[in-house]
Design a protein around this ligand. Structure first.
Ligand code: 2HG
Ligand code: ZN
Length: 472
């Protein structure tokens, strides 16, 4: 990268002192990912206050040929938002662009800027009696722009789809600084190529999402949550099939947890308590929800579980009696990543298979990983209702964390071989980022990767937008 001082002066003139961080103590939080897999360096973190400022900054960077790494809440699991270690990339943070521009409870739409956290967006929707039906463990920190850029999935995909399915309109700044205002809130709009879906899932490699129109749903008024123990993942599938047959439209979430992963939560997370008398090899968190008041969710879940207990599908179950208990059940699920981090080094496999293949996949992948690394601790958990399992591996007890992390490619290859057997995907909801581009030719090679490369070349010919991410 050429001398950046003149460029940074020009950028300062656009965003002011408040919008430019250059001291290493200030930029440190932006240069390392949540998992601490990558330590980057940057000369500056730019924090524009609005779309016009952001576009002006991108224009200046494009003129200078300066590579940009867009960043939201920096919660990527695949290093998607951190700069390289060679100090050649500038970080462009959307954090200050966090306004809610509009919420229309009749259109059921929320128009919101990229830097708002997902939690803030959910709360804005709830205040007006609506639901933003996207929920992920990092929602307090993750920002809308990043959530859309990576097409996050999370807990409610089984019912509402992924982030992609909630996007009606987008505003995007392209790699040359052009602002594309596609903030339409239409349910029907067949007008050529669907550009918004091109940017959703592009992980900041084609442009920077600055605002979006999101589709809302009616807020649930009757919710029932159960925490169930199960002898095996196969029993969890049987339970899922029963809930689906009973009332598929009411399933809000169906989450799977392993006994070991839950033990880590109980060990590391303060005040975490198992709501059941005995531990089990697997647990499922089942949420039923309806916008109808007194919609019978409690009765439904009781009926399903009574029969499932009778038939030996479920070993035990607790139904939340209050909002606080419901939150406590969810916490046991949502703290899985944090607990694994505290337990030691872990290698993550964010994969998906057809829902019906989840138990077979878990069994095979567990056997394969245990054969590869004796003593490794498999921690499968996640969104069973949509087939997305986080097949994470915790280092063997007492092993050197650095040594374990060096095995990451071998581990991912082993798991991916099983994923392939079941026609699954090597990246379900976390994206490709910096961690997985090398897998792309193998999984998406041929015409698919060639199309992606042509799109990238057309929109970002100089390759300044999030270089080294997604594409090999
Ligand atoms: C979750 O479902 C997140 O909690 C993180 O997607 C999963 O830590 C992980 O691998
Ligand atoms: Zn997940």
């Amino acid at each position: 990268m050429p001398d950046t001082a003149p460029l940074l002066d020009r950028i300062r003139a656009v965003v002011g002192d408040r919008g430019l961080l250059t001291e290493e103590s200030d930029t440190a939080a932006y240069t390392q990912d949540w998992r601490k897999l990558y330590q980057g360096r940057t000369r500056a973190v730019i924090r524009p206050a609005n779309t016009e400022e952001l576009a002006a900054v991108v224009t200046l960077c494009a003129e200078a040929g300066a590579p940009i790494v867009p960043q939201g809440g920096n919660t990527s699991m695949v290093g998607g938002a951190v700069p390289n270690a060679d100090n050649s990339e500038l970080v462009l943070s959307t954090a200050r662009m966090n306004r809610i521009r509009d919420l229309d409870p009749v259109d059921m739409t929320l128009t919101i800027e990229a830097g708002a956290t997902l939690k803030a967006a959910q709360m804005a929707a709830a205040e007006r009696g609506c639901l933003l039906p996207l929920s992920i463990a990092s929602e307090g920190t993750a920002q809308i722009g990043g959530v859309l850029a990576v097409n996050a999935g999370g807990n409610n995909t089984v019912r509402y789809g992924n982030a992609r399915d909630l996007v009606l309109g987008l505003e995007v700044v392209l790699p040359d600084g052009t602002i594309w205002n596609g903030l339409r809130r239409l349910r029907k709009d067949n007008t050529g190529y669907c550009l918004r879906q091109l940017f959703v899932g592009s992980e900041g490699t084609l442009g920077i999402i600055t605002a979006a129109v999101l589709k809302l749903a009616p807020a649930p008024k009757d919710v029932a949550v159960a925490f169930c123990s199960l002898e095996s993942a196969a029993k969890a599938l049987e339970l899922f099939a029963r809930v689906q047959a009973y009332d598929a439209a009411s399933i809000g979430a169906f989450e799977l947890m392993s006994g070991l992963g839950t033990d880590f939560v109980l060990k590391h997370i303060p005040n975490a308590v198992l709501p059941l008398a005995e531990k089990a090899p697997f647990y499922a968190l089942v949420e039923l929800a309806t916008p109808r008041p007194n919609g019978g969710m409690r009765g439904a879940i009781e009926e399903i579980l009574e029969k499932a207990l009778e038939d030996g599908v479920v070993s035990d179950a607790a139904i939340a009696e209050s909002d606080a208990q419901r939150a406590a059940f969810w916490r046991l699920r949502e703290e899985h990543s944090e607990a694994q981090k505290r337990e030691g080094a872990s290698v993550k496999n964010d994969v998906s298979v057809p829902v019906s293949k989840v138990p077979a996949f878990i069994a095979k992948a567990t056997a394969a990983c245990e054969a590869l690394i004796p003593g490794v601790r498999c921690v499968p958990f996640g969104h069973m209702g949509d087939g997305n399992i986080h097949f994470n591996l915790e280092q063997p007890e007492g092993a050197d964390p650095a040594w374990f992390l060096e095995q990451d490619h071998a581990i991912m290859e082993t798991v991916n071989a099983v994923v392939r057997e079941y026609d699954g995907s090597f990246s379900a909801e976390h994206g490709i980022g910096k961690l997985k581009p090398y897998m792309m030719p193998d999984w998406r090679g041929g015409a698919e990767l060639a199309i992606m490369q042509r799109i990238k070349a057309a929109l970002d010919p100089a390759g300044i937008m999030n270089p080294g991410k997604v594409l090999p």
